[in-house]
Design a protein around this ligand. Sequence first.
Ligand SMILES: NC(=O)c1ccc[n+]([C@@H]2O[C@H](COP(=O)([O-])OP(=O)(O)OC[C@H]3O[C@@H](n4cnc5c(N)ncnc54)[C@H](O)[C@@H]3O)[C@@H](O)[C@H]2O)c1
Ligand SMILES: [Zn+2]
Length: 350
Amino acid sequence: MSQQVAIICTDIKEAVLRAVGNHPSSDIFILTDDNTLNFCYPLIGDLSCLKEAHLITIPSGDENKNIDSVVKIWRYLSENGANRKSLMINLGGGMVTDIGGFVASTFKRGIDYINISTTLLGAVDAASGGKTGINFLGYKNEIGVFNLPRAVLIYTDFFKTLDIENIRSGFAEMIKHALIYSKEEWQKVSTFDLEKVNFDVLRTLVESSIHIKEWVVKQDPTEQNVRKVLNLGHTFGHAFETFSYRFNRPVLHGYAVMWGLLCELYLSHMKFGFPQEYLLKLKNLTKAYYGMFSFNCKDYEVLYELMTHDKKNESEDINFTLLSDIGDFQINQTASKEEIFEVLDFYLSL
Ligand SMILES: NC(=O)c1ccc[n+]([C@@H]2O[C@H](COP(=O)([O-])OP(=O)(O)OC[C@H]3O[C@@H](n4cnc5c(N)ncnc54)[C@H](O)[C@@H]3O)[C@@H](O)[C@H]2O)c1
Ligand SMILES: [Zn+2]
Protein backbone atom coordinates (compact mmCIF):
# COMPACT_ATOMS: atom_id res chain seq x y z
CA MET A 1 0.00 0.00 0.00
CA SER A 2 1.35 3.39 -0.90
CA GLN A 3 0.70 6.48 1.19
CA GLN A 4 -2.67 8.23 1.23
CA VAL A 5 -2.79 11.91 2.02
CA ALA A 6 -6.05 13.42 3.22
CA ILE A 7 -7.12 16.66 1.60
CA ILE A 8 -8.29 19.21 4.11
CA CYS A 9 -10.45 21.52 2.06
CA THR A 10 -12.07 24.90 2.45
CA ASP A 11 -14.37 24.36 -0.55
CA ILE A 12 -15.91 20.90 -0.48
CA LYS A 13 -17.56 21.19 -3.90
CA GLU A 14 -14.30 22.11 -5.56
CA ALA A 15 -12.57 19.20 -3.77
CA VAL A 16 -15.22 16.68 -4.86
CA LEU A 17 -15.02 17.94 -8.45
CA ARG A 18 -11.26 17.43 -8.45
CA ALA A 19 -11.40 14.00 -6.81
CA VAL A 20 -14.11 12.72 -9.18
CA GLY A 21 -12.40 14.10 -12.27
CA ASN A 22 -14.23 13.16 -15.44
CA HIS A 23 -15.78 9.97 -14.08
CA PRO A 24 -19.29 9.60 -15.62
CA SER A 25 -21.83 10.61 -12.97
CA SER A 26 -24.15 7.69 -13.78
CA ASP A 27 -21.32 5.36 -12.72
CA ILE A 28 -20.86 6.94 -9.28
CA PHE A 29 -22.45 5.36 -6.17
CA ILE A 30 -22.74 7.57 -3.11
CA LEU A 31 -23.18 5.83 0.25
CA THR A 32 -24.69 7.75 3.17
CA ASP A 33 -26.46 6.90 6.41
CA ASP A 34 -29.74 8.60 7.19
CA ASN A 35 -28.11 11.47 9.10
CA THR A 36 -25.45 12.23 6.53
CA LEU A 37 -28.14 12.11 3.84
CA ASN A 38 -29.95 14.90 5.69
CA PHE A 39 -27.06 16.99 6.98
CA CYS A 40 -24.19 16.46 4.56
CA TYR A 41 -25.43 15.33 1.15
CA PRO A 42 -27.17 18.70 0.51
CA LEU A 43 -23.73 20.39 0.62
CA ILE A 44 -22.55 18.48 -2.46
CA GLY A 45 -25.71 16.99 -4.00
CA ASP A 46 -26.20 19.66 -6.66
CA LEU A 47 -22.74 19.24 -8.19
CA SER A 48 -22.95 18.57 -11.93
CA CYS A 49 -20.38 15.77 -11.62
CA LEU A 50 -22.85 13.95 -9.35
CA LYS A 51 -25.98 14.75 -11.40
CA GLU A 52 -26.85 11.15 -12.24
CA ALA A 53 -25.05 9.51 -9.33
CA HIS A 54 -26.84 6.70 -7.47
CA LEU A 55 -27.61 7.28 -3.82
CA ILE A 56 -27.52 4.38 -1.37
CA THR A 57 -28.61 5.05 2.20
CA ILE A 58 -28.26 2.74 5.18
CA PRO A 59 -29.58 3.30 8.71
CA SER A 60 -27.18 5.11 11.04
CA GLY A 61 -25.57 3.48 14.08
CA ASP A 62 -22.67 1.08 14.51
CA GLU A 63 -25.06 -1.86 14.93
CA ASN A 64 -25.70 -1.48 11.19
CA LYS A 65 -22.02 -1.89 10.29
CA ASN A 66 -22.78 -5.52 9.61
CA ILE A 67 -22.97 -8.15 6.92
CA ASP A 68 -26.67 -7.47 6.22
CA SER A 69 -25.89 -3.89 5.25
CA VAL A 70 -22.96 -5.12 3.14
CA VAL A 71 -25.27 -7.51 1.26
CA LYS A 72 -27.79 -4.72 0.76
CA ILE A 73 -25.12 -2.45 -0.78
CA TRP A 74 -23.54 -5.23 -2.89
CA ARG A 75 -27.02 -6.06 -4.21
CA TYR A 76 -27.73 -2.44 -5.07
CA LEU A 77 -24.43 -2.20 -6.94
CA SER A 78 -25.08 -5.43 -8.85
CA GLU A 79 -28.64 -4.54 -9.76
CA ASN A 80 -27.77 -1.02 -10.85
CA GLY A 81 -25.02 -1.77 -13.31
CA ALA A 82 -21.91 -1.13 -11.22
CA ASN A 83 -18.78 -2.48 -12.90
CA ARG A 84 -15.05 -2.69 -12.18
CA LYS A 85 -14.61 0.94 -13.24
CA SER A 86 -17.39 2.29 -11.00
CA LEU A 87 -16.60 4.74 -8.23
CA MET A 88 -18.00 4.75 -4.71
CA ILE A 89 -18.17 7.86 -2.57
CA ASN A 90 -18.60 7.20 1.15
CA LEU A 91 -20.14 10.27 2.74
CA GLY A 92 -20.27 9.83 6.48
CA GLY A 93 -18.53 9.04 9.72
CA GLY A 94 -16.43 6.00 10.53
CA MET A 95 -19.42 3.68 10.21
CA VAL A 96 -20.06 4.66 6.59
CA THR A 97 -16.40 4.87 5.54
CA ASP A 98 -15.58 1.49 7.16
CA ILE A 99 -18.46 -0.38 5.55
CA GLY A 100 -18.32 1.54 2.27
CA GLY A 101 -14.58 0.93 2.04
CA PHE A 102 -15.13 -2.77 2.66
CA VAL A 103 -17.88 -3.03 0.04
CA ALA A 104 -15.78 -1.16 -2.52
CA SER A 105 -12.73 -3.31 -1.75
CA THR A 106 -14.62 -6.55 -2.33
CA PHE A 107 -17.12 -5.74 -5.10
CA LYS A 108 -15.77 -7.26 -8.33
CA ARG A 109 -12.45 -7.70 -6.50
CA GLY A 110 -12.26 -4.01 -5.76
CA ILE A 111 -13.46 -0.72 -7.19
CA ASP A 112 -12.17 2.79 -6.47
CA TYR A 113 -13.63 4.69 -3.56
CA ILE A 114 -13.41 8.15 -2.03
CA ASN A 115 -14.04 8.87 1.66
CA ILE A 116 -15.63 12.16 2.61
CA SER A 117 -15.48 12.25 6.36
CA THR A 118 -18.37 13.99 8.10
CA THR A 119 -17.46 13.28 11.74
CA LEU A 120 -14.48 14.43 13.74
CA LEU A 121 -13.59 10.84 14.64
CA GLY A 122 -13.79 9.87 11.00
CA ALA A 123 -11.61 12.78 9.95
CA VAL A 124 -8.78 12.24 12.39
CA ASP A 125 -8.92 8.47 12.39
CA ALA A 126 -11.34 6.23 10.47
CA ALA A 127 -11.32 7.79 7.01
CA SER A 128 -7.61 7.51 6.33
CA GLY A 129 -5.12 4.72 6.78
CA GLY A 130 -6.88 2.11 4.65
CA LYS A 131 -8.51 -0.03 7.34
CA THR A 132 -11.99 -1.09 6.22
CA GLY A 133 -14.39 -3.53 7.81
CA ILE A 134 -17.53 -4.58 9.58
CA ASN A 135 -18.57 -6.02 12.94
CA PHE A 136 -19.36 -9.75 13.01
CA LEU A 137 -20.75 -12.14 15.65
CA GLY A 138 -20.59 -9.41 18.27
CA TYR A 139 -16.91 -8.63 17.59
CA LYS A 140 -15.92 -5.16 16.43
CA ASN A 141 -14.22 -4.92 13.03
CA GLU A 142 -13.91 -8.71 12.88
CA ILE A 143 -14.02 -8.87 9.06
CA GLY A 144 -12.19 -6.43 6.83
CA VAL A 145 -9.30 -5.61 4.55
CA PHE A 146 -6.56 -3.01 4.25
CA ASN A 147 -7.20 -0.99 1.11
CA LEU A 148 -6.60 2.69 0.55
CA PRO A 149 -9.25 5.01 -0.89
CA ARG A 150 -8.51 7.03 -4.03
CA ALA A 151 -8.91 10.17 -1.92
CA VAL A 152 -9.92 11.30 1.56
CA LEU A 153 -11.64 14.65 1.81
CA ILE A 154 -11.97 16.50 5.10
CA TYR A 155 -14.27 19.48 5.41
CA THR A 156 -14.58 20.69 8.96
CA ASP A 157 -17.84 22.61 8.38
CA PHE A 158 -19.58 19.22 8.36
CA PHE A 159 -18.81 18.94 12.07
CA LYS A 160 -21.06 21.90 12.89
CA THR A 161 -24.15 19.67 12.83
CA LEU A 162 -22.56 17.00 15.04
CA ASP A 163 -23.74 16.73 18.63
CA ILE A 164 -21.24 17.62 21.36
CA GLU A 165 -20.81 13.95 22.36
CA ASN A 166 -19.59 13.05 18.88
CA ILE A 167 -17.24 16.06 18.87
CA ARG A 168 -15.78 14.91 22.19
CA SER A 169 -15.58 11.32 20.99
CA GLY A 170 -13.47 12.34 17.99
CA PHE A 171 -11.41 14.68 20.12
CA ALA A 172 -10.26 11.75 22.27
CA GLU A 173 -8.35 10.37 19.28
CA MET A 174 -6.75 13.81 18.83
CA ILE A 175 -5.62 13.70 22.46
CA LYS A 176 -4.13 10.27 21.76
CA HIS A 177 -2.30 11.57 18.68
CA ALA A 178 -0.88 14.48 20.69
CA LEU A 179 0.33 12.13 23.44
CA ILE A 180 2.23 9.90 21.05
CA TYR A 181 3.71 12.83 19.16
CA SER A 182 4.98 15.85 21.12
CA LYS A 183 4.60 18.07 24.16
CA GLU A 184 3.92 21.03 21.87
CA GLU A 185 0.94 19.23 20.30
CA TRP A 186 -0.26 18.08 23.73
CA GLN A 187 -0.14 21.67 24.99
CA LYS A 188 -2.40 22.84 22.13
CA VAL A 189 -4.85 19.96 22.34
CA SER A 190 -5.12 19.72 26.12
CA THR A 191 -6.07 23.40 26.43
CA PHE A 192 -8.83 23.31 23.78
CA ASP A 193 -12.23 24.30 25.14
CA LEU A 194 -14.59 21.35 24.68
CA GLU A 195 -17.43 23.25 26.34
CA LYS A 196 -17.75 25.96 23.73
CA VAL A 197 -16.14 24.65 20.57
CA ASN A 198 -14.29 27.14 18.37
CA PHE A 199 -14.45 25.56 14.91
CA ASP A 200 -11.62 27.68 13.48
CA VAL A 201 -9.22 26.51 16.17
CA LEU A 202 -10.54 22.98 15.82
CA ARG A 203 -9.73 23.02 12.12
CA THR A 204 -6.04 23.74 12.74
CA LEU A 205 -5.88 21.02 15.39
CA VAL A 206 -7.57 18.55 13.03
CA GLU A 207 -4.92 19.29 10.39
CA SER A 208 -2.04 18.47 12.69
CA SER A 209 -3.82 15.44 14.11
CA ILE A 210 -4.32 13.98 10.63
CA HIS A 211 -0.67 14.63 9.83
CA ILE A 212 0.35 12.68 12.94
CA LYS A 213 -1.77 9.69 11.89
CA GLU A 214 -0.35 9.86 8.35
CA TRP A 215 3.19 10.12 9.73
CA VAL A 216 2.61 6.86 11.61
CA VAL A 217 0.75 4.97 8.85
CA LYS A 218 3.39 5.92 6.28
CA GLN A 219 6.04 4.11 8.32
CA ASP A 220 3.98 0.94 8.76
CA PRO A 221 0.83 0.69 6.60
CA THR A 222 -0.25 -2.80 7.72
CA GLU A 223 0.50 -2.53 11.44
CA GLN A 224 3.54 -4.77 11.72
CA ASN A 225 5.26 -2.52 14.26
CA VAL A 226 5.16 1.28 14.63
CA ARG A 227 1.46 1.62 13.70
CA LYS A 228 0.70 -0.14 16.97
CA VAL A 229 1.42 3.20 18.65
CA LEU A 230 -2.07 4.22 17.50
CA ASN A 231 -3.44 1.56 19.86
CA LEU A 232 -2.54 3.67 22.88
CA GLY A 233 -5.58 3.72 25.18
CA HIS A 234 -7.32 1.05 23.12
CA THR A 235 -6.58 -2.10 25.15
CA PHE A 236 -8.45 -0.89 28.23
CA GLY A 237 -10.60 1.27 25.91
CA HIS A 238 -11.93 -1.65 23.85
CA ALA A 239 -12.63 -3.60 27.04
CA PHE A 240 -14.73 -0.70 28.39
CA GLU A 241 -16.46 -0.30 25.03
CA THR A 242 -17.36 -4.00 24.68
CA PHE A 243 -18.37 -4.15 28.35
CA SER A 244 -20.68 -1.19 27.81
CA TYR A 245 -22.37 -2.92 24.86
CA ARG A 246 -22.63 -6.24 26.64
CA PHE A 247 -24.46 -4.66 29.57
CA ASN A 248 -26.70 -2.47 27.44
CA ARG A 249 -25.31 0.91 28.30
CA PRO A 250 -23.35 1.67 25.11
CA VAL A 251 -20.75 4.42 25.10
CA LEU A 252 -19.18 6.21 22.15
CA HIS A 253 -15.80 4.88 21.04
CA GLY A 254 -13.88 8.04 21.93
CA TYR A 255 -15.25 8.07 25.47
CA ALA A 256 -13.98 4.52 25.98
CA VAL A 257 -10.64 5.63 24.51
CA MET A 258 -10.38 8.52 27.02
CA TRP A 259 -10.96 6.13 29.93
CA GLY A 260 -8.53 3.71 28.32
CA LEU A 261 -5.90 6.45 27.99
CA LEU A 262 -6.25 7.26 31.66
CA CYS A 263 -5.66 3.60 32.58
CA GLU A 264 -2.79 3.11 30.16
CA LEU A 265 -1.00 6.30 31.17
CA TYR A 266 -1.21 5.09 34.75
CA LEU A 267 0.23 1.75 33.64
CA SER A 268 2.90 3.75 31.78
CA HIS A 269 3.61 5.60 35.01
CA MET A 270 3.92 2.31 36.92
CA LYS A 271 6.19 0.65 34.38
CA PHE A 272 8.09 3.51 32.72
CA GLY A 273 7.76 6.47 35.07
CA PHE A 274 5.46 8.43 32.74
CA PRO A 275 5.25 11.93 34.37
CA GLN A 276 2.44 12.36 36.87
CA GLU A 277 1.68 15.95 35.85
CA TYR A 278 0.31 14.84 32.45
CA LEU A 279 -1.64 12.03 34.06
CA LEU A 280 -3.25 14.57 36.37
CA LYS A 281 -4.09 16.87 33.47
CA LEU A 282 -5.65 13.97 31.55
CA LYS A 283 -7.70 13.02 34.61
CA ASN A 284 -9.03 16.58 34.87
CA LEU A 285 -9.88 16.68 31.15
CA THR A 286 -11.66 13.35 31.38
CA LYS A 287 -13.69 14.31 34.41
CA ALA A 288 -14.64 17.69 32.95
CA TYR A 289 -15.76 16.53 29.51
CA TYR A 290 -16.30 12.77 29.47
CA GLY A 291 -17.31 11.77 32.97
CA MET A 292 -16.16 8.42 34.32
CA PHE A 293 -17.22 4.94 33.31
CA SER A 294 -18.97 3.21 36.16
CA PHE A 295 -18.07 -0.32 37.17
CA ASN A 296 -16.91 -1.95 40.38
CA CYS A 297 -14.32 -4.45 41.52
CA LYS A 298 -16.67 -7.35 40.80
CA ASP A 299 -16.30 -6.45 37.11
CA TYR A 300 -12.49 -6.76 37.03
CA GLU A 301 -12.55 -10.38 35.86
CA VAL A 302 -14.88 -9.59 32.94
CA LEU A 303 -12.78 -6.59 31.91
CA TYR A 304 -9.62 -8.69 32.14
CA GLU A 305 -11.27 -11.45 30.11
CA LEU A 306 -12.20 -8.93 27.41
CA MET A 307 -8.59 -7.71 27.25
CA THR A 308 -7.30 -11.25 26.77
CA HIS A 309 -9.59 -11.58 23.73
CA ASP A 310 -8.44 -8.34 22.12
CA LYS A 311 -7.40 -8.98 18.52
CA LYS A 312 -4.26 -6.87 19.01
CA ASN A 313 -2.78 -9.70 21.10
CA GLU A 314 -0.38 -11.91 19.19
CA SER A 315 0.16 -14.48 21.94
CA GLU A 316 -1.33 -15.29 25.35
CA ASP A 317 -0.13 -11.91 26.59
CA ILE A 318 -2.22 -8.76 26.47
CA ASN A 319 -0.58 -6.26 24.16
CA PHE A 320 -0.19 -2.61 25.17
CA THR A 321 1.37 0.49 23.75
CA LEU A 322 2.75 2.55 26.63
CA LEU A 323 4.60 5.86 27.01
CA SER A 324 7.68 6.71 29.03
CA ASP A 325 6.95 10.37 28.27
CA ILE A 326 4.86 12.33 25.80
CA GLY A 327 6.20 11.45 22.34
CA ASP A 328 8.26 8.58 23.70
CA PHE A 329 6.35 5.38 23.04
CA GLN A 330 6.96 1.72 23.81
CA ILE A 331 5.09 -0.77 21.63
CA ASN A 332 4.54 -4.50 22.33
CA GLN A 333 4.36 -4.13 26.09
CA THR A 334 2.46 -6.47 28.33
CA ALA A 335 1.15 -6.44 31.90
CA SER A 336 0.27 -9.09 34.46
CA LYS A 337 -3.24 -9.63 35.77
CA GLU A 338 -2.14 -8.09 39.10
CA GLU A 339 -0.87 -4.97 37.34
CA ILE A 340 -4.09 -4.66 35.35
CA PHE A 341 -6.15 -4.95 38.53
CA GLU A 342 -3.92 -2.33 40.16
CA VAL A 343 -4.70 0.01 37.27
CA LEU A 344 -8.43 -0.63 37.71
CA ASP A 345 -8.05 0.13 41.44
CA PHE A 346 -6.40 3.41 40.49
CA TYR A 347 -9.24 4.22 38.06
CA LEU A 348 -11.90 3.56 40.70
CA SER A 349 -10.04 5.76 43.20
CA LEU A 350 -10.38 8.85 40.96
N1 LIG B 1 -10.97 2.32 9.92
C1 LIG B 1 -10.38 2.84 10.96
O1 LIG B 1 -9.15 3.00 11.00
C2 LIG B 1 -11.22 3.28 12.12
C3 LIG B 1 -10.65 4.05 13.14
C4 LIG B 1 -11.48 4.48 14.18
C5 LIG B 1 -12.82 4.15 14.19
N2 LIG B 1 -13.34 3.38 13.19
C6 LIG B 1 -14.76 3.04 13.16
O2 LIG B 1 -15.51 4.25 13.02
C7 LIG B 1 -16.80 4.07 13.58
C8 LIG B 1 -17.12 5.23 14.48
O3 LIG B 1 -17.09 6.40 13.70
P1 LIG B 1 -17.93 7.69 14.06
O4 LIG B 1 -17.69 8.07 15.45
O5 LIG B 1 -17.67 8.67 12.98
O6 LIG B 1 -19.43 7.11 14.05
P2 LIG B 1 -20.63 7.18 13.02
O7 LIG B 1 -20.19 7.11 11.62
O8 LIG B 1 -21.60 6.15 13.49
O9 LIG B 1 -21.22 8.65 13.27
C9 LIG B 1 -21.74 9.03 14.54
C10 LIG B 1 -23.16 9.61 14.40
O10 LIG B 1 -23.08 10.88 13.77
C11 LIG B 1 -23.97 10.94 12.64
N3 LIG B 1 -23.36 11.89 11.72
C12 LIG B 1 -22.32 11.69 10.89
N4 LIG B 1 -21.94 12.85 10.33
C13 LIG B 1 -22.77 13.79 10.80
C14 LIG B 1 -22.87 15.20 10.60
N5 LIG B 1 -21.99 15.87 9.86
N6 LIG B 1 -23.86 15.87 11.25
C15 LIG B 1 -24.74 15.21 12.07
N7 LIG B 1 -24.68 13.89 12.30
C16 LIG B 1 -23.71 13.20 11.68
C17 LIG B 1 -24.05 9.51 12.19
O11 LIG B 1 -25.22 9.27 11.43
C18 LIG B 1 -24.07 8.77 13.51
O12 LIG B 1 -25.37 8.80 14.05
C19 LIG B 1 -16.77 2.73 14.31
O13 LIG B 1 -17.41 1.79 13.52
C20 LIG B 1 -15.28 2.41 14.42
O14 LIG B 1 -15.04 1.02 14.45
C21 LIG B 1 -12.57 2.95 12.16
ZN1 LIG C 1 -9.95 4.51 18.27
